[in-house]
Design a protein around this ligand. Structure first.
Ligand code: DGL
Length: 270
């Protein structure tokens, strides 16, 4: 099937990718909102973490993931990775004009609008925080909303999750180190700007005071995906049960642990 055929085919799958299990937080939102859509998900875990890579490296990896998803027949691509989106979405949209792309960026706008203290914290990867797209958006908000945006690199978090050490004292220590300085500065919103981090929510909530609201962009991305599919007249309107294929190009054990227990999902190693 060539690309033109994919994007005109309502039953073709939604393609998603990330550097690893983080993308499954987005997959879960997409699947909850559109349970009859077929999906393909690539966890490029051989190359994780993206957050410590250069823009050129991130573009090359996102390009490879996109090609693979298109070759497997995706009708739309969800870049389920803040690092990928903030560094590569412009390149992807310019390079693959025939297919719609949905990206994910740290939810600093809703946090800024709703913050009462006008101090928000954003936890994201180094490459997300260093990107031009993030800089442009945060500068704009600082001026428009008179908000202080406290940035924190989530150093080490993705590595621990990807190596099966999510619930360890090491993780608690890292989170404490990353979060408590932002708390001390008076934030009332904490933005989780990496798709891996929603899995850390229970641990984060034990470390920060309950009045601090924690938000991410997962649901917004799923809604935007549905909206664009509607606009392109690409929503799957059949009632055939959906099929889901997840692929890892490194080991699949950790990915397996984050998979829902359903029988229409197949996980394989590329
Ligand atoms: N989950 C990704 C993100 O949203 C990338 C994490 C990484 O590989 O560093 O930024």
């Amino acid at each position: 099937m060539n690309m033109q055929e994919n994007i005109n085919n309502k039953t073709a799958p939604i393609g998603l990718f990330d550097s690893g299990v983080g993308g499954t937080t987005i997959w879960k939102e997409v699947n909850a909102l559109m349970p009859n859509e077929n999906t393909l998900f690539i966890a490029d875990n051989k190359n994780a973490p993206y957050g410590e890579k250069t823009k050129a490296e991130i573009i090359a990896l996102c390009d490879a993931n996109t090609r693979l998803l298109l070759a497997k027949g995706a009708k739309i691509i969800v870049v389920a990775c803040n690092t990928g989106t903030t560094n590569a979405i412009q390149y992807l949209r310019e390079t693959y004009k025939e297919v719609p792309f949905i990206g994910i960026e740290p939810a600093i706008k809703p946090a800024s609008l709703q913050s009462v203290t006008k101090k928000i914290g954003v936890l994201a990867t180094r490459s997300t925080l260093a990107s031009d797209l993030f800089a442009k958006n945060s500068e704009h908000l600082k001026q428009e909303e008179q908000v202080e945006i406290i940035e924190q690199v989530g150093e080490g978090l993705v590595e621990l999750i990807e190596t099966g050490r999510m619930n360890t004292p090491e993780m608690t220590e890292l989170l404490r180190h990353h979060l408590l300085p932002m708390v001390a500065q008076g934030i009332d919103y904490l933005v989780l700007g990496c798709t891996h981090y929603p899995y850390l929510l229970p641990q984060i909530q034990q470390l920060i005071p309950p009045h601090i609201k924690v938000i991410d962009s997962g649901y917004a991305v799923a809604k935007q995906t549905r909206h664009i599919l509607e606009e392109y007249n690409l929503l799957n309107d059949t009632d055939t049960p959906a099929q889901h294929f997840w692929y890892a190009n490194g080991k699949a054990e950790v990915l397996q642990q984050f998979a829902p227990d359903i029988n229409n999902l197949q996980i394989s190693v590329l």
